[in-house]
Design a protein around this ligand. Structure first.
Ligand code: GAL
Length: 436
C-alpha cells in the first residue's frame, strides 16, 4: 500500500473537519497525464456522495492509490453532496434514465442496486470476478449481496457498521451517564440527565434533506426491539409492522427526538459528529464514518470520545457496504474497469477503509493487515466475525429506493405530527405496497 491512514491525515494537516475535501481537490487535479495505455485520452468520471469529513479524505486516499497503478488516467470527481446519498441517489437515477451514466458510480450492496439491475443499466461483472479471484477473496456475506440471478453487479469496497452510538466522554462524565447505555430505557434516562445539565443530549438533524439521520436512528431502535432474529422479517412479504415491538420502538423514537435540541435545524451528519466531538452534544447514533471524522479532528478514543453498539443491539452487527459498478454505456469503460480492479484489491480497500473508519470486505484479514487499522476498526473487525450480521435499511441493503422513499415520507410527516401511531400505520402501508 502506498499511502497509509496516517500519511493521509498528516497530508490533511489534521486541520479540522473539512480537511479531506481540500485534499481531495488536490488529488483530483494532480493527475496531469491525458493519455491512456493505448494512447487515447483516458479520464474516469467517478460518481459518489463522499464530500464530507472523513468520507472525502477516504476517497482521496483511494484515488492516490489508484494513481499509483494508473498514472495515465485522470480522475474526475463527480461527488454530489448529501449524507447517505440524499441528493446523489436521485441525481444518479436521472442520469441513468437519460442514458448519460458516469463511468462508475457508488452503490450499496443489496437492494439499492435492484432498480438499476432490473432496468438493464449495469454490466455483469462476472468476468472481472473470475479474472481477479474475488469469489474466493471477498467475504461470503457480501458475495451473496453483490450477485443476483447468477451475475455479479458490483464490487464491494468496504463494510460499515451502522448500529453505533458515539459519545463525548467529558459531557457524559459531567452528567453522570454511561457513554454506552446498554438498553433503550437506559439511553432515554441518560438523555434526560444530560438535558438537565443544559447540554444537547443528542446531535441529530431531521430536515427533509437529513431525514435519513432519523431513519438511521429508527432502524437502530427497531433492531433493539425486534432483535437480530426479528429485524430481517420486516423486509419480507408479510412482515409484521403492526407488532407491539414496532410500537415500542416508534414510541421511543418520539421520546428520544423530543429530547434533542433543535433537531429541525439543517446539520449534516459530519457537523452533528463535530457537535459530539467538541462537547456541544453528548451522543450521536451514526455509522462508523463518524470515527473517521473524529480522527481527522485529532480526537482520541481514550481521551475524548467513546463508541459502542447502539443501545439494546449488542448481539447484532447492522451493516452496509459501499460498492462500485460498471454502467452500460460508460464513456471510458477501460478506465472504469481499472477503478473496479482497484476497489476489489487489498491495497485499494485498505487505502480507503483505513481512512473511512470502515473495514475491508475480505474473507480473511491477516494480522499484518490489521496493524494498518486503528483501535476502532480492529474492534469492528472482531464484531463482524462474532455478531449476528444483519443488513441496513438507510444504507441500501434491505429495501429498494421506492420503499425507502415511502419511509422517508412517513418520517417527514412524523417530524411535524410527532405521532408514533400514524407513523406505524404509514410504515405498515409502505411494507404492504413494497415488500417483494
Ligand atoms: C452511507 C455510506 C457511507 C457514508 C454515509 C454518510 O450511506 O454508505 O459510505 O458515506 O452514507 O454519507
Amino acid at each position: 500500500m502506498s499511502i497509509s491512514r496516517r500519511a493521509v491525515l498528516a497530508a490533511a494537516g489534521l486541520t479540522g473537519l473539512s480537511a479531506g475535501t481540500a485534499l481531495l481537490s488536490g488529488c483530483a487535479s494532480s493527475s496531469t497525464s491525458v493519455t491512456g495505455p493505448s494512447g487515447t485520452p483516458a479520464s474516469l468520471e467517478v460518481f459518489s456522495w463522499w464530500t464530507e469529513g472523513g468520507e472525502a479524505a477516504a476517497l482521496a486516499s483511494l484515488v492516490s492509490e489508484f494513481h499509483v497503478h494508473n498514472p495515465h488516467i485522470d480522475f474526475v470527481n463527480r461527488a454530489v453532496a448529501g449524507g447517505a446519498g440524499a441528493n446523489a441517489k436521485a441525481e444518479l437515477a436521472r442520469r441513468l434514465k437519460a442514458g448519460n451514466p458516469p463511468d462508475t458510480f457508488q452503490g450499496q450492496a443489496g437492494a439499492m442496486l435492484d432498480d438499476y439491475i432490473d432496468a438493464g443499466q449495469l454490466e455483469d461483472l462476472g468476468f472481472l470476478y473470475r479474472q481477479q479471484g474475488w469469489n474466493r477473496l471477498l467475504s461470503p456475506t457480501l458475495l451473496q449481496l453483490t450477485q443476483r440471478g447468477g451475475k455479479q453487479w458490483s464490487v464491494p469496497l468496504d463494510i460499515h457498521h451502522i448500529n453505533l452510538i458515539w459519545a463525548n466522554k467529558r459531557v457524559c462524565e459531567h452528567a453522570g451517564v454511561p457513554t454506552a447505555p446498554a438498553s433503550v430505557a437506559d439511553f432515554v434516562t441518560a438523555l434526560h440527565k444530560v438535558a438537565a445539565t443544559g447540554k444537547n443530549p443528542l446531535a441529530i438533524s431531521v430536515t427533509p434533506n437529513e431525514i435519513w439521520q432519523l431513519k438511521h436512528l429508527m432502524e437502530c431502535l427497531l433492531l433493539a426491539e425486534l432483535g437480530a432474529a426479528g429485524w430481517p422479517s420486516l423486509w419480507r412479504r408479510g412482515g409484521d409492522w403492526g407488532s407491539p415491538q414496532v410500537t415500542a420502538a416508534l414510541e421511543a423514537l418520539r421520546e428520544i427526538l423530543s429530547l434533542a435540541v433543535n433537531p429541525t435545524a439543517e446539520v449534516t451528519w459530519n457537523q452533528a459528529s463535530a457537535m459530539v466531538g467538541n462537547g456541544t452534544a453528548a451522543y450521536q447514533i451514526m455509522g462508523d464514518w463518524t470515527e473517521a471524522t473524529f480522527t481527522l479532528a485529532g480526537l482520541s478514543p481514550r481521551r475524548d470520545y467513546a463508541w459502542s453498539t447502539a443501545p439494546g443491539t449488542s448481539e447484532a452487527f447492522l451493516f452496509a457496504s459501499d460498492c462500485f459498478t460498471l454502467p452500460k454505456g460508460a464513456k471510458d469503460r477501460d478506465a472504469a474497469i481499472a477503478w473496479l480492479v482497484e476497489c476489489g484489491s487489498q491495497a485499494g480497500q485498505d487505502s480507503f477503509t483505513t481512512v473511512k473508519g470502515a473495514i475491508p470486505p475480505r474473507a480473511v484479514i491477516g494480522s499484518t493487515e490489521r496493524g494498518l487499522f486503528d483501535q476502532y476498526s480492529n474492534w469492528s473487525m472482531v464484531e463482524w466475525t462474532t455478531k449476528q450480521v444483519v443488513g441496513s435499511l438507510t444504507h441500501g441493503v434491505v429495501a429498494r429506493a421506492a420503499w425507502n422513499n415511502a419511509i422517508d415520507a412517513a418520517l417527514n410527516a412524523f417530524v411535524t405530527n410527532r405521532d408514533p401511531g400514524r407513523l406505524q400505520t404509514a410504515l405498515e402501508a409502505a411494507a404492504k405496497q413494497y415488500a417483494a
